[in-house]
Design a protein around this ligand. Structure first.
Ligand SMILES: [Zn+2]
Length: 434
């Protein structure tokens, strides 16, 4: 499942980096970057101004794509920069003037080289297609992987159409600049709210099909598949908005269907579902799109089900509520037998899961607990209390600010018969199969 693979990937890299790094606290880092990208060669020249507010560490660790061989770091508090390469990444350790007080750190970073991107990865750079995000470390990534805000101005060939998890402004066209024979232009990508990375998909001949709440972007998927994917995404969006949006407008979703295989991922209203060079009959297109319903609803559900600390024991709330709500959306859209197949997936994962949560837990639960056992427990709780009572709990969770397990257990105690809320509390902390 893409979501799990993505999570594992991020966690793996984070563990690797943090293993030998004193953990420094980073609050909402802000980037202001400029990059010139030649997709045909992968050449990328960039300058970044980073601000780390209220920073308490005495060093900053930055990770970069191994192809960015020219790197300079400057800043008023920078004492020393050491550089090594491990596991295919450039790792910069920036030593700062020591202090005990939190202070704002400003760094100027210049990078240059040719982005190195493995063939089987999520990211790629080529003349016709570019996909960049956290996986390629194309921007200076802070160890610990905090969410990032800011703006990146990217100069790239004029004929590449750009979509991003941030906002793309204005109208994909700021100014024309001509250099080395090919017409270039500048696209501005802004993470107005914090996001895990700066993402960008750019393609020649990208086609966009829109429906009411969704824009689908593709270069290879045939029209019947794009329309079916739009329909499924609309159905998920409508299901969730009807229950959890209230009067707050839900943003238009950008659905990218890239011409590659491998994992998909999402950044709130930006969802990537690889379709390869897919071709098929209208009936096959319908089946393929329908098979993505759980994934699409899960990613959209994160618009509400987020905010529990993702690196610790409470992360199961983010994932299990998104997954269970997505399962209920599948039940509403596709019927009981489709929901039974989802429960079978949850059961298979639950068989390999540890406990979901305990009052003394300090670690993030394993992915089989978050994506299997915990949604299965929520489904069993629903069987005990009925759909209407469960919907009251879900509504309170999705629309409220409760993002710790004790707060959610208290909510269940208030909304549900005591014996069932108590059963859930014990089941979360129990080993073995639910
Ligand atoms: Zn998720």
């Amino acid at each position: 499942m893409p979501t799990i693979r993505r999570l594992v990937c991020r966690t793996f890299v984070a563990a690797l980096v943090l293993a030998s790094t004193a953990r420094a606290q980073v609050v909402s880092p802000h980037y202001d970057g400029r990059m010139r990208l030649q997709p045909s060669s992968g050449e990328a020249t960039a300058s970044w101004q980073m601000r780390l507010p209220a920073y308490t560490g005495d060093s900053v660790v930055l990770l970069l794509n191994a192809g960015l061989t020219q790197v300079q770091v400057r800043g008023p508090l920078v004492r020393q920069v050491t550089r090594d390469t491990s596991r295919g990444l450039v790792r910069l350790t920036v030593t700062l003037s020591p202090t005990r007080q939190p202070r704002d750190i400003a760094l100027e970073i210049a990078t240059g080289g040719r982005l190195l991107i493995s063939d089987e990865g999520i990211n790629s750079v080529g003349a016709d297609y570019v996909e960049l995000g956290l996986d390629s470390f194309w921007f200076p990534v802070l160890a610990g992987f905090p969410d990032v805000r800011g703006t990146v101005r990217i100069e790239l060939p004029n004929d590449l159409h750009v979509v991003s998890g941030g906002s793309v402004a204005p109208e994909h066209r700021e100014r024309d600049a001509t250099a080395s024979g090919s017409a270039m232009r500048v696209v501005t990508i802004s993470n107005i709210g914090p996001l895990p990375d700066f993402t960008l998909t750019a393609a020649r001949g990208m086609v966009t099909l829109s429906s009411d709440q969704v824009r689908a972007h593709t270069t290879t998927a045939d029209t019947s598949l794009v329309r079916e994917m739009l329909l499924v995404t609309e159905q998920c969006s409508a299901y969730l908005r009807a229950r959890y949006a209230g009067s707050t407008p839900f943003p238009v979703v950008d659905l990218v269907l890239p011409p590659r295989s491998g994992p998909g991922y999402a950044r709130q209203r930006f969802i990537v579902v690889p379709v390869g060079s897919w071709q098929g009959s209208p009936a096959e297109a319908k089946r393929k799109a329908a098979s993505q319903t759980l994934f699409l609803c899960h990613e959209l559900a994160h618009y509400w089900s987020s905010g529990a600390v993702a690196s610790g024991p409470e992360n199961w709330l983010n994932e299990a509520f998104a997954e269970f709500v997505a399962g209920r959306a599948v039940r509403a859209i596709q019927g009981d037998s489709a929901f039974a197949r989802v429960e079978t997936q949850w059961r298979a994962r639950a068989a390999r899961a540890g406990i979901v949560w305990s009052p003394t837990a300090t670690q993030r639960p394993d992915q089989f607990a978050s994506y299997g056992k915990a949604p299965l427990l929520l489904a069993q709780l629903e069987q005990r209390v009925g759909a209407a009572a469960m919907e009251r709990v879900l509504h309170a969770y999705m629309t409220g600010a409760l993002r710790t397990t004790p707060a959610v257990l208290d909510l269940m105690m208030r909304e549900l018969p005591r014996e069932h809320a108590e059963w859930f509390r014990v089941a979360l902390q129990s080993g073995g199969m639910p």
